[in-house]
Write a protein that binds this ligand. Structure first.
Ligand code: PLP
Length: 410
């Protein structure tokens, strides 16, 4: 009998060892890992630079309270702002994606107090989008516009309004005097690998300007090189200047860390910076930004930059698209996503399975049997999220397994 809460409907695979894009289970079977911790192991399993950074730091200082100065935290914040976002701002470190999003939502509330509506009441509402996924805390769950995630947890945290993704008219009519921000994933990961269109992102930014709203990007799955660009939105609408950005997953390469960025832009005529609203005592986390997590993340970001992994992600996307499109396979109706956040839209009629079994899970299981780990993104999409340093031969091997499996299931 298990003593674990049964919150995960997981597969009967026990991972015991990893190296690069390979994972071994307790039976000794080797898999090609195109799940990579669901976009977390961004530089592959047990990358020597990451392993060394963690073990060196663990032997020196694991934890230090935020009561004191933490140089690794300052260096990581500088790297994220100067090298990745490239627009002045400040960073807060936490431990997960949901927590990072909660911090962004708190920033929107602070902004709504600093910039109230015409009658002087604080604004508080954040608009999010159908099929989004922002996490499982009370705040990030309420931000997530999927009823299956909310089931049995009401009353939800108030202050969210949901609209269809890529629907600018619906967004426009949802904006009201209480609105403080618009929050979105430039590419929705869990919701099915759905890309925001360039036009939509562009118009969202214009609406934010017009109505004095925060533009809040959740880059937890799509950020930090995954889309073949440094930032996820760069792959769609590079001129965007978000007010807040959240990260987790790939940031630590498997070591738990989350973060959010707040821009330094002036929010009033006195020149108050947005980032100044999150002042001393407004937010905190005991573990957030500890030396060990920050040192791990610095090793990951350094590897992404020095080995030009964004370029590899962009190149592998083209190789994958070219190969899969050339098959013209009746089981795959479209390829969505950017870089190495790719979703294969599946034709359910092509899979000989009972109607209640989602095609994505059926295919995922068959691929696992064949030695390739992947992730469903909703019932009709199979997701690939390999490490950003996946090689040509690993991609070729995965393509071969996918093709053979699709043929055998059709
Ligand atoms: C876009 C996005 N936001 C937030 C989260 C939540 O992150 P975490 O599981 O680290 O809390 C996820 C996790 O899948 C995600 O994909």
């Amino acid at each position: 009998m298990s003593h674990l809460l049964p919150t995960y409907a997981n597969f009967p695979l026990t991972a015991t060892r990893g190296e690069g894009a390979r994972l071994w289970d307790s039976e000794g079977k080797c898999y090609l890992d195109f799940c990579a911790g669901i976009a977390t192991c961004s530089i592959g399993h047990c990358h020597p630079a990451l392993t060394k950074a963690i073990s060196d730091q663990a032997a020196t200082l694991i934890h230090c309270s935020n009561l004191y100065q933490i140089p690794q935290q300052k260096e990581l914040a500088r790297t994220l702002v100067d090298d990745f976002v490239q627009t002045p701002g400040k960073i807060f470190f936490g431990n997960s994606g949901a927590e990072a999003n909660d911090g962004m939502i708190k920033t929107a509330r602070r902004f709504g107090h600093a910039r109230p509506d015409k009658s002087g009441d604080a604004r508080y509402e954040v608009i999010t989008f159908n099929q989004s996924f922002h996490g499982r805390t009370l705040g990030s769950m309420a931000a997530t516009a999927q009823t299956k995630i909310h089931q049995g947890f009401d009353p939800l945290l108030p202050g969210f309004r949901y609209v269809p993704f890529n629907d600018i008219e619906a967004l426009q009519s949802a904006i009201n005097p209480t609105t403080a921000g618009i929050m979105l994933e430039p590419i929705q990961g869990e919701g099915g690998v759905n890309e925001a269109t360039p036009d939509f992102l562009h118009k969202v930014a214009s609406l934010c300007k017009e109505h004095d709203l925060l533009l809040m990007l959740d880059e937890i799955q799509c950020g930090l090189g995954r889309t073949g660009t440094l930032m996820g939105w760069h792959a769609i609408c590079p001129e965007l200047k978000p007010d807040t950005i959240s990260w987790a997953k790939g940031l630590g390469g498997g070591f738990p860390i989350g973060a959010f960025y707040v821009s330094n832009r002036a929010i009033n005529q006195e020149g108050t910076e947005l980032s100044a609203l999150m002042d001393a005592g407004s937010h905190g986390s005991t573990y957030g930004g500890n030396p060990l997590a920050c040192r791990a993340a610095l090793a990951v970001l350094n590897e992404i930059q020095s080995s030009q992994l964004t370029a590899n992600a962009a190149r592998q996307e083209q190789r994958i698209r070219t190969a899969v499109e050339s098959w013209n396979h009746p089981a795959v109706t479209a390829i969505r996503g950017k870089g190495l956040l790719l979703g294969f839209a599946l034709n359910p009629d092509n899979f000989n399975v009972p109607a209640e079994t989602p095609a994505s899970i059926h295919l995922c299981k068959a691929l696992m049997d064949a030695g390739l780990l992947t992730v469903p993104a909703g019932p009709g999409t199979l997701r690939w999220l390999p490490p950003l340093n996946v090689t040509d031969s690993e991609v070729d091997e995965a393509l071969k397994i996918l093709k053979n499996t699709l043929d055998s299931l059709s």
